[in-house]
Structures are given as C-alpha cells and as structure tokens.
Design a protein around this ligand. Structure first.
Ligand SMILES: CC(C)(COP(=O)(O)OP(=O)(O)OC[C@H]1O[C@@H](n2cnc3c(N)ncnc32)[C@H](O)[C@@H]1OP(=O)(O)O)[C@@H](O)C(=O)NCCC(=O)NCCS
Length: 168
C-alpha cells in the first residue's frame, strides 16, 4: 500500500467491480488507455480476477475522501510492453475516471509509484508510452521527470515513449 495526500494505492479486490465498471465503461478512458470498454459489472470482476490480481503491482487509486477506487496504476506485464525495455526496465500504465481528470491525481499517484518501483521492485529504469494525441498523459509523464526518448509507431498508432532512469 502506498499513501499520498489524497490517494491510497492498494491492490484491487473483486468487491471493486462496480466502481471499476463505472469508470471503465467510459470510452473516453478506454480508447486512450487502449483496452476494451467494459460492458458489464461481471466483465469488470473478470478483469480484476484475471488481469489485475495476478499482475502485481496493479494498484487501485483509491480516493481517501470517499474510499472509492477511481483509477489504476501499475506495471505492464513483462513481454507486453509497447516499447522494447532495457534490462531492469518496466513500463508503467495508468488511467483515471473521467470526472477526476485534470485535478493532479494521476501525477500525485505516479510521483509516489516511481520511487516504489525503484526502491521496492529493484528496477533501475521506467517507461511510459502514449498515443501521440494523448497530451494529458504526456504532461503527467513530464511532470514526474520522464523524458521523451522516441516518436514511433506501435500497432499502427503514432506513439511517444518516455523514460525515467533511477538516479543516485
Ligand atoms: C491521461 C490521464 C491518466 C491523466 O490523468 P489526470 O489525473 O487528469 O492527470 P493530472 O491532472 O495529474 O495531469 C494532467 C495534465 O495534463 C493536462 N491536460 C489534460 N488534458 C489535456 C489536453 N487534452 N491537452 C493538454 N493538456 C491536457 C492537464 O492540464 C495537466 O497538466 P497541468 O498540471 O500542467 O495543468 C487521464 O486523462 C486518463 O485516464 N486518460 C484516459 C486513459 C489514458 O490516457 N491513460 C494513459 C495511457 S498512456
């Protein structure tokens, strides 16, 4: 569990299915996050069971004020990255429900998640990839110290890759 001012970053549980459906059934989120829009609470529960729980760390962004999980941050499973990683490097993925956009919450989550990846997961470098049109995600990466390393095409999508190396 990782705590920030406004968020708890904690593992998903099947009890989160309804909240996940509420936000993941919104194409404004799913289209940019590049996963299928959720079509039922059962589908959301299945995603938690089959993808979130087995792939650690995949953490819910729980809003402390309400106790509701409103987004997700985690490491893309090894071998499924959208850019070839270096040794000791993993890709980070994130999304947040549309009503919570542009409040600095994903930046707050990523600021806390990157030291966790370096110090607790033993990684020495991190990647973020985005659709070239996804200016919001690029801002989040830049605000957290990531640098643009490449403009490329991934599965037919014009994309950008960002990297943050551990410094010490
Ligand atoms: C991208 C996303 C995670 C950003 O989350 P967020 O909590 O809104 O991010 P923050 O509020 O921390 O920061 C967003 C920054 O982008 C800016 N921004 C947001 N939308 C923008 C847009 N369309 N154009 C330009 N800037 C934009 C905000 O102003 C803010 O920058 P600022 O602090 O300099 O003003 C969220 O929009 C989202 O979930 N999108 C759908 C899924 C997705 O794209 N996931 C990432 C895949 S790589």
């Amino acid at each position: 569990m990782i705590e920030t001012d406004r968020l708890l970053l904690r593992p998903w549980s099947e009890e989160d299915a309804e909240a996940l459906f509420k936000y993941a059934s919104d194409p404004r989120v799913s289209e940019l996050a590049l996963w299928p829009c959720h079509t039922s609470v059962d589908m959301s529960r299945e995603v938690i069971r089959r993808f979130f729980i087995p792939n650690q760390p995949t953490l819910a962004m729980e809003l402390k004020l309400t106790g509701e999980p409103i987004g997700c941050i985690g490491l893309v499973p090894m071998g499924e990255e959208h850019y070839t990683p270096l040794t000791g490097e993993r890709e980070i993925g994130y999304w947040i429900g549309h009503p919570h956009w542009s409040k600095g919450l994903t930046t707050e989550a990523l600021m806390a998640f990157t030291p966790y990846c370096f110090n607790e997961m033993g990684l020495n470098s991190l990647l973020i990839t985005t659709d070239r049109k996804n200016t919001g995600s690029q801002r989040v990466a830049e605000k957290c110290g990531f640098s643009l390393i490449d403009r490329y095409v991934c599965d037919g999508i014009a994309s950008l890759a960002f990297r943050l190396r551990q410094t010490q």
